[in-house]
Design a protein around this ligand. Structure first.
Ligand code: FMN
Length: 224
């Protein structure tokens, strides 16, 4: 029973999965993941997440529309994001992650075309049969975005606990207008990121790739 795995095992086994089997989850399993994720804490319990789980033909339409938008340079992020602001250890970790990922895939860092097609796989949801898009009202506090981030982690841990896998994707948030148009979502709802998910394809290098995390003492200070 996947649900009986210990928290220790679930939280350590979770990783970003970027290759999936085409097999769709049945409706009960999709609902069970969403039912786990709704237990996420939030500021004043406002539960600001508005979650869209997209499957089947609508998933295919969404992917096509995002690829078309990308080809036309139509990026419409609701929230800014720039690698340029990362410095020191943050920049080092970002660079190490990119280098390790491309190395695992056998993509040379200077091969721009190959890196671009790797990037575009984000918009094909890495072959996942489902994608979950996380929207929120346009509240101006980063604290509320933090709530939605927490929802994302609960969702990812729920996937892991059910023997599934997923990858959070800021890149999908660069196509917020496209997602709203395809799915008929109120323009007042702003998209933070998406999570492609399904059954992991563990034969692929993209799934076996694993990135290390900083040791406790690098990020945690214990005060007595
Ligand atoms: C909010 C968020 C957005 C992310 N966006 C992307 C993305 O657009 N594309 C991608 O391939 N990975 C994305 N990632 C995955 C990170 O690269 C990954 O979490 C990190 O390297 C740590 O690896 P792990 O998830 O396997 O522990 C994102 C992660 C988070 C938390």
């Amino acid at each position: 029973m996947p649900e009986s795995r210990s928290f220790h095992e679930v939280v350590r086994n979770r990783r970003s999965v970027r290759s999936f089997l085409p097999t769709a989850l049945n409706a009960n399993l999709l609902r069970a993941v969403a039912d786990d994720a709704r237990h996420t804490p939030s500021n004043a319990n406002i539960q600001p997440w508005q979650v869209h789980i997209v499957s089947g033909e609508t998933r295919n339409r969404l992917s096509r529309a995002m690829l078309e938008a990308e080809a036309k340079g139509r990026m419409t992020p609701d929230f800014p994001f720039s690698y340029g602001e990362f410095y020191g250890p943050y920049r080092e970790r970002q660079k190490a992650q990119g280098a390790a990922y491309y190395q695992a895939l056998g993509v040379a860092i200077e091969d721009f075309d190959e890196r671009r097609s790797t990037m575009l796989k984000n918009l094909e949801f890495f072959g996942a049969p489902h994608v979950c898009l996380l929207f929120m009202p346009a509240f101006h506090s980063v604290r509320i975005a933090g709530d939605v981030g927490m929802y994302g982690q609960t969702f990812l841990l729920a996937l892991e606990a059910h023997g599934l896998g997923g990858v959070p994707q800021t890149l999908l948030g660069f196509f917020a207008d496209t997602a709203r148009e395809v799915l008929g979502i109120d323009p007042a709802m702003k998209m933070l990121f998406g999570i492609s998910f399904g059954y992991p394809d563990m034969t692929s290098a993209a799934s076996r790739y694993r990135i290390e995390k900083a040791p406790v003492d690098e990020t945690v200070t214990f005060h007595h």
